[in-house]
Design a protein. Structure first.
Length: 268
């Protein structure tokens, strides 16, 4: 049985026996009982998650622009710590299914979105106001939005066949990139940096483009997961899991687009 290229989304999630009829966060709400996963439900939950991400990110910017850097730094640090915890959970999810239930928990999904907003909001504010990369935040945001729209159109047109071989190849490539990231982090602790791929030369730019392309492929896999979930009548709570998978993918693409733009500015 294959796994989805997105660690938050896997084939086993369609097994209704893996979930209770009513998860604890819906206890007492009879309106959701026995309802299946829908596109509308994913869109609504995605809108809430995205709004929370934007709001938390803009909070950092607002505090910085209104002369309250201490509060902004505190919230950024909170986001950093929470993101570190979530990153460990996501990494462990590659090797065990013990954390899979969390990905369908709205509290977990919304907390993840908030922590990412605080972290990325602080990072982008620092890049623009102290790093000299004016306008890079909105550029990365627009490019990420265009990638999302383009991949949705490509997927809906049937130009990409998200089949078994596609998922296996994509999963293997993404896992390889994750290992590169992990190695980079470990070496960084010892003051060593992997040459070329993090630089602004042709190899570094090519590496970023490759990662963005893999992220785009993950979007197609995410869309396929949602479509198959709706068609198979997957449990309603999997809408949160689908939203979490898309959130992980889009944030990854956004960060790599941000890195690519920085590399390109260094070449000028």
């Amino acid at each position: 049985m294959y796994r989805s290229s997105n660690i938050a989304l896997s084939e086993s999630t369609f097994q209704k026996s893996s979930y209770p009829d009513k998860p604890w966060w819906e206890a007492g709400n009879t309106s959701v009982q026995n309802l299946g996963m829908t596109i509308e439900g994913v869109a609504e939950k995605g809108a809430v998650t995205f709004l929370l991400f934007i709001t938390s990110g803009m909070t950092i910017w607002g505090l910085g622009l209104t002369g309250q850097p201490e509060v902004a730094i505190t919230l950024f640090f909170v986001g950093f710590v929470l993101n570190a915890i979530f990153s460990i959970i996501l990494f462990l999810s590659w090797f065990t299914s013990s954390f899979q239930g969390l990905f369908a928990n709205p509290v977990f999904v919304l907390a993840y979105s908030t922590s990412q907003g605080l972290l990325i909001g602080g990072m982008t504010y620092a890049l623009e106001h102290f790093g000299g990369y004016q306008g890079i935040t909105i550029q990365a945001f627009l490019i990420t939005g265009m990638i999302f729209g383009a991949m949705l159109g490509v997927y809906r047109s049937g130009l990409i066949n998200v089949n078994h071989n596609f998922r296996i190849a994509l999963y293997s490539a993404v896992f390889g990139i994750m290992m590169v990231y992990l190695l980079s982090f470990i070496l960084l602790l010892f003051g060593v940096s992997i040459p070329l791929i993090h630089g602004s030369g042709p190899i570094g730019i090519t590496f970023s483009l490759l990662v963005i392309a893999l992220g785009a492929g993950m979007l197609a896999s995410d869309f396929d997961f949602i479509e198959r979930g709706v068609e198979s009548g997957a449990p309603k709570e999997l809408e949160w899991r689908a939203v979490f998978g898309l959130t992980v993918t889009l944030i990854w693409i956004y960060l790599e687009v941000l890195r690519l733009l920085i590399k390109l500015q260094h070449r000028r």
